[in-house]
Design a protein around this ligand. Structure first.
Ligand code: PEP
Length: 263
């Protein structure tokens, strides 16, 4: 099963970057590029995920862009609502600030912050209940790939969320396949390998939801202008989750153009 009518997504994950003045300059440069070389809303969803601290500031800065650029939270609490949970930001608090998108399951959260599938499922459940769209990250380590387990690991990560995502809620799930060995390393999965995994993911999704054919599956892992065109040409790669290259307005804009031009 392969699909090419899905509107692609290009989302920048700023991680724990940048300082405030640099963030403002980055947004301004990107808005200027969108003015001089527009990326049409019909051809590409665009988003950036700044730090929690900067979410509303960046949202305000993008309000004057010539097209929507979604503000995406990098994380959400596994606790819902409000209450005595020091340091946490719930899905309801994000929604209350008009933050409608959230990354969940990034390998850095899984590894460095020991987020288990139970924790991720609690976050996904809360996010969906609060009306957020979830960008759910999956991906295998180098050891798992070398042991021939890549596909099984990734499909298990997809199956893990089937216990908390039901029916129409799948319409609010975007998958991001990010092989861990390709994140921040400069190594990218070849377009053939990435396409093969994306096709497997879609096949796996089709076993658990009727929305598999219309779901966006993004690729992440050292995406840059030099490899974006080739990746964007793959039928089951419906966009990119971009780390390092999203901190440069020109690079991020070129990646967005590469995906928008496939439409
Ligand atoms: C990421 O962390 O989501 C990512 C894909 O990073 P990079 O593009 O820097 O590899």
């Amino acid at each position: 099963m392969s699909v090419s009518t899905i509107t692609p997504w290009v989302v920048g994950n700023w991680k724990m970057n940048p300082m405030q003045a640099d963030a403002q300059a980055l947004v301004q440069n990107f808005k200027d590029l969108l003015e001089s070389a527009p990326v049409s809303t019909e051809n590409c969803h665009l988003g950036v995920a700044p730090t929690t601290l900067a979410l509303t500031q960046i949202q305000t800065a993008f309000a004057s862009a010539n097209r929507p650029v979604y503000t995406v939270a990098q994380d959400v609490s596994r606790i819902s609502g409000t209450g005595a949970y020091t340091g946490e930001v719930s899905a309801e608090l994000l929604a209350d600030s008009q933050i409608r998108y959230v990354l969940i399951g990034h390998s850095e959260r899984r590894e460095i912050f020991a987020e288990s599938s139970q924790i991720l499922n609690a976050k996904i459940k809360n996010a969906l209940n609060a009306g957020l769209t979830v960008i759910y990250c999956v991906g295998e380590s180098l050891e798992q790939r070398e042991a021939g387990q890549a596909e099984a690991v990734v499909l298990q990560q997809i199956c893990d969320i089937a216990t908390v995502v039901a029916g129409e809620q799948w319409k609010n799930i975007v998958i991001a396949y990010e092989p861990i060995w390709a994140i921040g390393t400069g190594k990218t999965a070849s377009p053939e390998d990435a396409q093969a995994m994306h096709a497997q993911i879609r096949q796996g999704l089709s076993q658990i939801t009727g929305y598999a054919a219309t779901m966006a599956i993004l690729y992440g892992g050292s995406v840059k202008p030099e490899n974006a065109v080739e990746l964007a040409a793959c039928p089951d790669i419906n966009g990119a989750l971009v780390g390092g290259a999203s901190l440069n307005a020109e690079s991020f804009h070129q990646i967005a153009q590469a995906f928008a031009n496939t439409q």
